[in-house]
Write a protein that binds this ligand. Sequence first.
Ligand SMILES: NC(=O)C1=CN([C@@H]2O[C@H](COP(=O)(O)OP(=O)(O)OC[C@H]3O[C@@H](n4cnc5c(N)ncnc54)[C@H](OP(=O)(O)O)[C@@H]3O)[C@@H](O)[C@H]2O)C=CC1
Ligand SMILES: Nc1nc(=O)c2c([nH]1)NC[C@@H]1CN(c3ccc(C(=O)N[C@@H](CCC(=O)O)C(=O)O)cc3)C=[N+]21
Length: 401
Amino acid sequence: MHWIQRHKSRKEVSQRTPVRRISSDTPNLISFFIWKGDDFRLHSSMFEMRGAVAVCWRILWNKSFSSYATPNRLSKSPLHRPHIWYPPPSPSGVSPYLRHSYNEHKAADVNGKLIASDIKATLATEICNMKSSIRMVPGLGVILVGKRKDSLSFVRIKKKACEEVGITSVVVELPEDSTEDEVLAVVSLLNHKESVHGILVQLPLPNHLSEEKIINAVNVEKDVDGFHPVNMGNLAMTGREPLFIPCASRGCVEVLHRCNVEIIGKKAVVIGRSKIGGLPTSLLLQRHHATVTVVHAFTKNPEQITREADILVSDVGVPNLVRGHWLKPGVVVIDMGSTLVKDSNSSDGSHVTGDVCYEEAIHKASAITPVPGGVGPVTISMLLSNTVEAAKRAYHWTEQS
Ligand SMILES: NC(=O)C1=CN([C@@H]2O[C@H](COP(=O)(O)OP(=O)(O)OC[C@H]3O[C@@H](n4cnc5c(N)ncnc54)[C@H](OP(=O)(O)O)[C@@H]3O)[C@@H](O)[C@H]2O)C=CC1
Ligand SMILES: Nc1nc(=O)c2c([nH]1)NC[C@@H]1CN(c3ccc(C(=O)N[C@@H](CCC(=O)O)C(=O)O)cc3)C=[N+]21
């Protein structure tokens, strides 16, 4: 079988020893690795490009398989991920993911952390089964260029989530002034590395780098972000199936499904049209048969448009952009904004905030995702899910096999 062949060659690779291993098991975000062997030829040529000292690769390699405590009630329910091309099942019962307020005029809060932990529990079980059946676990490669505070924080969250479910993660940290060729060389390295099934290039990249070139270079079968034009294009075209759907968009639809919010035929307004959030979310909501309007920085009188929405998604990065009077009573609000703002009361001098003025919105909306603890954690669990999917495809493995 195909996976057995892959397994063999993976074993061979792992028997090679690194030339110089400065640190392998550090609790810090950063450890240093220099590899040899066929898999890492590109790597060494990069060293030649910049000289032995100039480019120091910071690779975090988490090899630990952490067993994740799976509550019984969760392990029984399969990951609820309906086929995106069909409408969801009709809503029934009360969602366990909504925290209703005692005040009937206040919106129910979406408990995104609970959704994420249920999804992670299901994935952890699946990864456990994969490991016992083929002795393989999914692997995620993350490329981070520069030291933006928010990006460092997001990458740390992703790494921790991988650990929780048993996904191996490797974080390649490159200096802010890395050249395009250097970043492309890392992409190529991860494209060829068999134990890496998913690749994520943390965005935004520094301005001097071509995001287009770098994203295009990611192997479409490892594009767990779903940003490759082939995956994004297939998402946009009816009748075609992308290999991966962007995580924030999947997170948004996952929240709506789990909260029993019907999408089909509803008016959805998406604020923002970025490739990370707004654009794929508007495409995915159309796949679910919502009537979608997109609002962006040049939209005149956005509040007139948003007031029509049954479902409002905001992915802008401007705190308190969406005010109470922008909302129709009963609207379901998905606040994707996640912006670090200065906060002298906080221990690290900042806190994260969404796009929606929460205090005003709770008096209009029927349900709202808070920030933090709303759609963000679900986005992260979708990244894990995409990575597991990538590994399953690579090994031709299913729960039944
Ligand atoms: N929680 C999650 O899962 C995720 C959260 N995020 C967060 O979402 C936010 C946005 O991120 P990202 O998508 O990368 O940002 P970008 O800056 O790439 O995109 C922002 C979008 O918002 C639009 N916009 C800007 N100002 C306004 C305005 N005043 N009115 C209407 N639209 C406006 C822009 O319009 P135009 O195109 O015209 O410039 C653009 O389409 C960030 O806070 C980020 O952290 C992102 C992804 C996932
Ligand atoms: N290649 C790439 N893929 C991305 O998916 C991607 C990216 N680049 N660049 C940045 C944006 C932003 N994004 C978030 C994901 C999770 C939270 C999240 O989990 N937020 C927590 C709070 C986070 C905190 O406390 O710092 C929450 O809402 O509870 C936020 C934001 C993914 N992005």
